[in-house]
Write a protein that binds this ligand. Structure first.
Ligand code: ZN
Length: 238
């Protein structure tokens, strides 16, 4: 019985195609995971920017309230000036009003500083919002693209698998069992091309007997990696 190396070559090509399809099918979900992680980071950044802004607004409101109270107090003291019984009392009250006005002016400066910070933080929130929206759009785009790719790849896998199953029918009885065992264990490396010097999979040097068997188109399995070998297309005996 002599082997058809063309058949083994075709089977090997199909097995490699299936490996390639499998690898491409894994790439898509990996891309989806990356953009999802990106989106989560931008979402977190937005939450943090919002929290900082809220905190600054609260602090600013509290200070404004404090200032309002102190200003009311100053007005109150001003009203009491006329009711002073003595010059000393009048002077004391005037001094207190002056001191409070000074303190209030410091407070006003602090509030202004806070308002400037609020402006900067507001810009930060807007920027974070834009980044987050962009990352959401990117997630959607990649998700749709990957879903489409996966659909096409699944169809391709289906097609190659059925072509492979059809071709495998051409392998005769005992060899088919051995072939199946090899494919289950090694995938595309179940088959290996050789130029009659070394195994194309593991580089093991072939013995003269192996070479002879190959040239006689007998089923030959590599003594190194165990693959089923076939002659390369360019070999004269192939
Ligand atoms: Zn080998």
């Amino acid at each position: 019985m002599s082997l058809d190396y063309g058949l083994l070559r075709t089977l090997h090509r199909m097995l490699r195609q299936l490996t390639d399809i499998g690898e491409r099918m894994e790439k898509g979900p990996r891309k989806v995971r990356i953009v999802a992680a990106n989106e989560a980071n931008f979402c977190k950044a937005l939450d943090e920017a919002k929290a900082s802004l809220l905190e600054m607004r609260k602090a600013s409101n509290a200070k404004q309230l404090q200032l309002n109270e102190r200003e009311a107090k100053v007005e109150d003291m001003k009203n009491k000036l006329n009711a002073c019984d003595s010059n000393k009392e009048f002077q004391l009250l005037k001094d207190r009003i002056a001191a409070d006005l000074q303190a209030n002016s410091v407070l006003q400066d602090e509030i202004l500083e806070q308002l400037e910070k609020i402006d900067v933080l507001t810009e930060g929130v807007d920027e974070a919002k834009k980044n987050h929206e962009k990352s959401q759009a990117e997630s959607k785009r990649v998700g749709d693209e990957v879903a489409l790719d996966l659909k096409a790849l699944a169809a391709e896998k289906e097609r190659v698998s059925s072509e492979l199953a059809e071709k495998e029918k051409e392998i005769s009885g005992d060899l088919l069992i051995q072939y199946r065992r090899l494919v289950t264990a090694k995938g595309e490396d179940a088959l290996g091309v050789t130029d009659t010097e070394t195994c194309g999979n593991c580089n093991q040097t072939l013995t003269p007997q192996t070479i002879n068997d190959l040239l006689m188109k007998q089923p030959v399995f590599c003594k190194g990696c165990g693959c089923w070998m076939y002659l390369s297309e360019s070999h004269p005996s192939a």
